[in-house]
Design a protein around this ligand. Sequence first.
Ligand code: AHR
Length: 659
Amino acid sequence: MKERLRATALLLMCFVMIGAAGGQEIRVTVEAGSAGKPISGKLFGIFFEDLNYAADGGLYAEMVQNRSFEYSSRDVPGWHAFTGWEVVQRDGGTARYYIGDVRPLHPNNPQYLELHCETARQGSSAGISNSGFGGMVVKAGENYVFSVFARQQPQTNFSLEVRLESRDGTVLGRAEIAALTQDWKQYKATLEADRDDSDAQLVVLARGSRGVVYLDMVSLFPHKTFRGRPNGLRRDLGETLAALKPKFVRFPGGCLAHGDGLNNIYHWKDTIGPVEQRKAQKNIWRYHQTMGLGYFEYFQFCMDIGAEPVPVVAAGVSCQNSDRYWGVGQQAIPLDEMDGYVQDVLDLIEWANGPADSRWGAKRAAAGRAEPFGLKYLAAGNEDAQTPAFRERFKIIYEAVKAQHPEITVIGNVGPAPDGEDYEAGWAFARELGLGLVAEHYYRSPEWFLNNLGRYDGYDRRKGKVFVSEYAAHDTGRRTTLRAALAEAAFMTGLERNGDVVEMACYAPLLGKIGNTQWNPNLIYFTNERVIPTISYYVQRMFGEHSGDVYLPVAVSGSGGDGSFAVSCVRDSKTGTLFLKLVNPGQTPTPIRIDLSEAEGIATRGVKTVLSGEPMAVNDIDHPQRVVPETSVISVGPNFAYEAPSHSLTVIRIDSQRP
Ligand code: AHR
């Protein structure tokens, strides 16, 4: 008991508000000789949502916008099947353009383009062009993989010419596709760009006789995708995410997963299989989802980066905020349809984990993955309003999964806020059901984070564990300032300290395409050719790169500093390496004496990584590197001094020298 009180006192001392006497030394004593407290080995991950053009036009490397002519005014008022496309008529060629739906490629992909060519003159051509999501970026010497489904009217003799062109019509690369057939068939060609262009377009021209050419799934991918996957992800963005070393990926979204009314719930089955057979739908964030980045690609990405997949399925209800845009509010799947819905959820588990000869496992294997994905977590719902309708449906899903797949942890949720009615009701419900893992969300000011560093110190360890599945410090103007990032860092030291009850945490949202954001701030901004990580990104990366599975108690004393100084120390039990994190959100550089005298066999040289700057600084398109971490060697030992710069996060890595 005495031991426990002492430990609690030590823990609480880790984030005390230090007095205003700047310049004096803070003493940090790490109980490095103790066994420490086992904490979650998957504390920090990422949350991907198709928001801010994060998927189509973003991480999904497809360069053609509206490749399947499925855009409509349901997505965005004013959009139509030909949005993103332009008519091209060259050398006297003329044509009429129609959207056909009589003989589609697949019922899930009902529309296609009919090109009624009218001029048979030698050398003339008619076709279409597409400049992607705001201009295609091509690089000299790089290959681009073109594909299209096409057919032609009987008794005609068409070929296709495919070009990459600059805005002024300069040809950057070209390929021919000869002799179309009368039935839908996929054609492929590789185009090599002969120069750089960040505003290129794809041009597809029909050459031949008078008659009709039918086109669908007009697609262009860079040959170099992330890990070289076909139908893959943008390499630069994929690498930026992988560098976070996330232990899990939550996907495909929050609001997007439970959807904009019942008809907009995200159904995983619509997102697997050949891309031309997937069912596109409007995006709750007011654009269009092709589902080209679907469940297979999400799971594959998780495998590629060594992260646990954490899919989110609707808990039988849609998003309660649906009416904000479309006037519907939370809607519930009728109870007599819940059996079918629950079966879909069970099928997902079979698809992910079943043997390759099971019904759904076979579909995974057909897509290229015979081995099970090893799904362990499944989130049912997203920050749902805790209504009776939600509770009833969540319970049905939870009990069915528990009965058939006790190995899967079903994640519950307690609404959108860190307190209040939904939060209280959600936790009471979670306790009633005995849920093992419960999601909390909070978007709050930096001050709120600094005032809540001890949020989980007093959490009742007998109730379910916590998954902070969405959080971010929002500074004034919803910017990702250094001040906000440091508040997140200080809070994350509290998550590490409480890593016995907080199992997972991820910043939200992840990606924002500049010029196409519906939400700010985001962890990473990007354009078609650039990636601009925010300061918060570097905080996440510093924690992801320096994570452990044992927390070592730390005592903080002394009167230095002028802000809420925060510390944590974790150990990687496999290697014995210690990671000490020091957050000085205040404006005074703070001398620190670090006592590691209990540690045995530590190296004399460590590596320190420091993130610091002006508190209101942001990384933006004009100054993408305003605040970035700097790494250098530091002398360490049983007792050493370090001065934490003002407004800084420092991580010190100290390797073990024990064999
Ligand atoms: O992260 C952006 C949105 O915030 C999520 O979709 C939703 O869950 C939350 O309200």
